[in-house]
Design a protein around this ligand. Structure first.
Ligand SMILES: [Fe+2]
Ligand SMILES: [Fe+2]
Length: 577
């Protein structure tokens, strides 16, 4: 059997012309340039040449027809003038048809162009064209082949004979077969690349879909990130993944709005960095200014010299929205000892973008909530300023209402709305004449009629604020009576909005428990008696029950010196569900 070919790096460049292999080919050409005296190119000529060897049962030399040189000289063939053959084979460059470059009975030399990137490689082998007589004269053939006649005769004696025409046809078939195999390999490789790409895209879309399903303003950025972190670490195959949230504000705003005042680091897997280290790293890498992900895969010697031993590779991106910087993502060490690439970086960037948008929305929402809270505080101060004798009444009613609602099982979100309703319940008094509001003595019937307009006036004042639709109903109906004898609409029982029934009890209690210019505060026993007597007549009995459950706390509220000394839930201005 013939000698096998040496490793493919010794042969011609038969690299398929895809981007993925272009770099390898370029590298091979560089090696070729930098290795004087040796024609060495990467490629898979071996497959085509090996196929020819199998078919013809003879070793093939490989010639570079462009350079006019033999680049693979099989040792089991007679020592022929291969460089001459390379020069003769020059017309084969770019061709796909085998030819005979020597025909000297009983010998021919078959030359087959190999379908390579350089298109200048040719496989060539001597073939015996008929079984010669024992005493045949090999001199002419040996001269044509450039080798000693004896060596040629000895080699020819071991070879099978080929009809030249048949040899050309077989070589052509072998070439076409090889070409089909090569095409098939290309298709398989492209299919693999495509399916890898598709699975990456699928994973990215799944992750983003899962994230966007969780995009609710009621969900904090930290909550949203926590739900994404484990899955993201798995998808990008990172040993450790950290997400640092930077502080949003220097200090907590008043009246309970929640903001982050300290850095917060979330991490999964083996994540070796502290919050401060991630912050410094993000600033050093200027990630916020870059606006995109940064990937570093360290060479082993780089990793060994690194400030952080054990870190082989990392990638990071800033979490931003517009000019706002919310934090940094940092993934460390590919879990399978591989490298981070475009796919992982894109996923990290996509998640960071969504978190950035969410953070931006939360910040806008917080600012809007603060603005509205400021307006509401200003309104409530305006009411108190109109009627100095009832100073602090709105705030106390708000807090007593919250305490009653807690007892009645309201959610934290609903308590916020109760608080607002309490603060604003008397906002309509802005439209009542000061002289009537501040009159120290008993009111006339006309004066009382004017006071009774304050629920509808308040309702009108708030009418343009769609965010306060539920609060408006409380403002309008906080003087309705359980038995239907209240005002302005004479609603009764369950027909009265529930929070209005709560505020009604809080309002009545605070009025009775406060000292007025024309009377002292009532003793608690008297108030309790009035409330007990009015349950089921003026007030919702369930709310009166709640009063007695929460009585101790409520008494403390009225006696507290400090207004706003209690903390309340985050102010939320969406509609109460
Ligand atoms: Fe009122
Ligand atoms: Fe009131």
């Amino acid at each position: 059997m013939n000698a096998p070919f040496e490793p493919v790096t010794d042969l011609c460049d038969f690299v398929p012309q895809t981007a993925a292999f272009a770099a390898e080919s370029e590298a091979a050409q560089a090696i070729h340039r930098e290795t004087p005296g040796r024609t060495s190119r990467a490629g898979d000529a071996a497959s085509a040449a090996t196929l020819l060897e199998r078919v013809f049962d003879v070793s093939f030399a490989v010639l570079d027809a462009e350079a006019g040189a033999c680049i693979r000289r099989p040792s089991d063939l007679p020592d022929m003038d291969w460089d001459l053959f390379a020069a003769i084979a020059r017309p084969l460059i770019g061709s796909r048809t085998p030819i005979l470059i020597v025909e000297e009975d009983p010998l021919c030399v078959l030359a087959v162009p190999l379908q390579g990137r350089s298109r200048s490689c040719v496989a060539a082998a001597p073939l015996v064209t008929r079984r010669p007589e024992p005493q045949a004269d090999w001199r002419a053939a040996a001269r044509a082949a450039g080798c000693p006649p004896a060596a040629l005769a000895e080699w020819a004696a071991r070879q099978r004979a080929w009809d030249p025409e048949a040899a050309l046809r077989v070589a052509q078939l072998a070439l076409e077969h090889d070409f089909q195999l090569r095409r098939l390999a290309d298709v398989e490789r492209e299919t693999d690349e495509l399916s890898f790409h598709l699975s990456s895209v699928y994973e990215e879309i799944s992750l983003l879909h899962r994230l966007t399903q969780n995009l609710r303003l009621s969900k904090s950025d930290v909550e949203l990130a926590r739900s994404a972190l484990d899955w993201l670490a798995e998808v990008i195959q990172a040993e450790g993944l950290g997400l640092l949230f930077l502080p949003v504000a220097e200090a907590v705003e008043e009246h309970g709005t929640v903001t982050r005042t300290k850095p917060e680091l979330l991490s999964v897997g083996r994540f070796p960095f502290s919050a401060e280290e991630v912050r410094r790293w993000g600033e050093t890498m200027r990630l916020a200014e870059l606006g995109g992900p940064v990937v570093r895969n360290l060479a082993p010697d780089e990793a060994a010299r690194s400030e952080y031993p054990g870190i082989r590779n990392w990638m990071g991106v800033a979490v931003t929205e517009g000019q706002n910087l919310f934090g940094y993502f940092l993934a460390v060490n590919h879990a399978r000892g591989g490298q981070f690439g475009t796919v992982q970086a894109n996923m990290l960037h996509s998640v960071a973008s969504i978190l950035g948008i969410h953070g931006g929305n939360i910040e806008l929402y917080r600012q809007q909530a603060e603005l509205l809270a400021g307006v509401i505080r200003a309104l409530s101060s305006a009411i108190d300023a109109k009627d100095p004798y009832t100073c602090g009444h709105s705030d106390r009613v708000a807090r007593i209402s919250v305490r009653l609602a807690q007892d009645l099982g309201y959610s934290a979100e609903a308590l916020t709305r109760v608080y607002l309703a309490g603060l604003l319940h008397d906002v309509g008094k802005i439209g009542v004449n000061d002289a009537i509001l501040q009159k120290p003595g008993k009111l006339t019937e006309q004066e009382f009629d004017q006071i009774k307009t304050h629920p509808t006036t308040g309702y009108r004042i708030l009418s343009e604020l769609r965010d306060l639709d539920d609060v408006k109903q409380v403002v309008r109906h906080h003087h309705e009576s359980w038995d239907g004898r209240g005002y302005p609409d004479g609603l009764a029982g369950e027909g009265i909005p529930p929070v209005a029934r709560i505020v009604a009890v809080a309002d009545a209690y605070d009025a009775m428990a406060s000292t007025r210019p024309y009377r002292n505060r009532m003793p608690l026993e008297k108030i309790e008696e009035i409330l007990r007597h009015g349950a089921g007549k003026q007030w919702d009995p369930a709310v009166v029950d709640a009063f007695f459950h929460a009585k101790d706390d409520i008494v403390k509220i009225t006696e507290a010196d400090e207004i706003n000394s209690l903390s309340f839930p985050t102010l939320a201005f969406g509609k109460q569900s």
